[in-house]
Design a protein around this ligand. Structure first.
Ligand code: URA
Length: 247
C-alpha cells in the first residue's frame, strides 16, 4: 500500500497520524505488546461465565466440511433465534485466511443481506483492514452468533453456547495464523474471561483452546460512537500486522 493510500485510510479512521504526540504512535522497533497466557489472565480475572448448554442442542458435532457446515447453519434450530431472524449469517471470506475476524452477531443489515459486517460498522471494519493492507476478501469474517438477536440485544449465554460449535469448526477449518476478536462479546467468548475490553486489548493472548493467538480490539460500532478510541484501535491493528508478518 502506498503511503498516500494508507494516509487516506487512517483519515477514514479519524486517526491524527501526523502528530508524533498522538498516543497511537509507536516508535519503530519499540516492543509493542506483551504476550500473556490464558492462566495469567485467569489469575486476575473474575470468574468466567460458564455457558449453560442449550437444551435444544443436539449431540451431533458440526461437520468438518464447508458445504455441510453451511447447510447445517442454514437450517439450525439450536436456539430460539432461528425463529426471529430473516436468514443466518454464516461468515464470509477466504477459507484459507491467515487472519480470522470474529464479531458478535448480525445486525439488521447483515440479517437482511446474509453477510457479516455490511452496515456502517462493516464499512469502518473495511477501512481498518485497508489501513493494514488487507481487503475483506483476504480475511475470513464470522460472528459468535450466526443469527440476529431481536432488536440487536446482547447475545445470551445459552445462544452463545448453542452456536459455539459452528464457530469452533470454522476456526478449525480456516486454521488462521491469528484471531482478531472485535468487541467485548467476541473477546469474552473466545478467551473465556469477563474482563473489561480495555484490559484485554494491547496483548497477544496465547490460549490452550485455540491453535492461533488472539488479539482483541474495539468493536467498530463502538468506535463509531466513541471516535476517541480510534487511536487505540490503530495500535491494535499494527499489532495484527506485526503478528501476521511474523515479527
Ligand atoms: N456487528 C457484528 O458484531 N457483526 C456483524 O456482522 C455486524 C455487526
Amino acid at each position: 500500500m502506498t503511503p498516500d493510500r494508507r494516509a487516506a485510510y487512517l483519515d477514514a479512521l479519524g486517526i491524527d497520524w501526523y502528530r508524533p504526540k498522538t498516543a497511537a504512535r509507536v516508535a519503530p522497533g519499540a516492543p509493542v505488546i506483551d504476550v500473556v497466557t490464558e492462566s495469567s489472565i485467569a489469575a486476575n480475572a473474575p470468574a468466567p461465565v460458564t455457558p449453560r448448554p442449550a437444551d435444544s442442542m443436539p449431540a451431533e458435532a458440526p461437520p468438518n466440511d464447508w458445504p455441510q457446515l453451511r447447510s447445517m447453519v442454514a437450517t439450525c434450530k439450536r436456539c430460539t433465534l432461528g425463529a426471529t431472524r430473516t436468514q443466518p449469517v454464516f461468515g464470509v471470506g477466504n477459507e484459507a485466511a491467515t487472519l480470522m475476524i470474529v464479531g458478535e452477531a448480525p445486525g439488521g443489515e447483515e440479517d437482511r443481506l446474509g453477510e457479516p459486517f455490511v452496515g456502517r460498522a462493516g464499512q469502518l471494519l473495511d477501512a481498518m483492514l485497508s489501513a493494514i493492507g488487507l481487503d475483506r476478501s483476504d480475511v475470513f469474517i464470522a460472528n459468535i452468533l450466526k443469527c440476529r438477536p431481536p432488536n440487536n440485544r446482547d447475545p445470551q449465554v445459552d445462544e452463545i453456547a448453542a452456536c459455539r460449535g459452528y464457530l469452533e469448526q470454522q476456526i478449525a477449518m480456516v486454521s488462521p495464523r491469528l484471531l482478531l476478536a472485535v468487541g467485548r462479546i467476541a473477546a469474552h467468548a473466545l478467551l473465556g474471561v469477563s474482563d473489561p475490553l480495555g484490559r484485554l486489548r494491547g496483548r497477544v493472548h496465547e490460549t490452550e483452546k485455540w491453535a492461533a493467538p488472539v488479539i482483541v480490539t474495539y468493536h467498530p460500532a463502538y468506535l463509531l460512537r466513541t471516535p476517541s478510541q480510534k487511536a487505540r484501535s490503530w495500535q491494535d491493528l499494527k499489532d495484527v500486522r506485526r503478528v501476521l508478518q511474523g515479527q
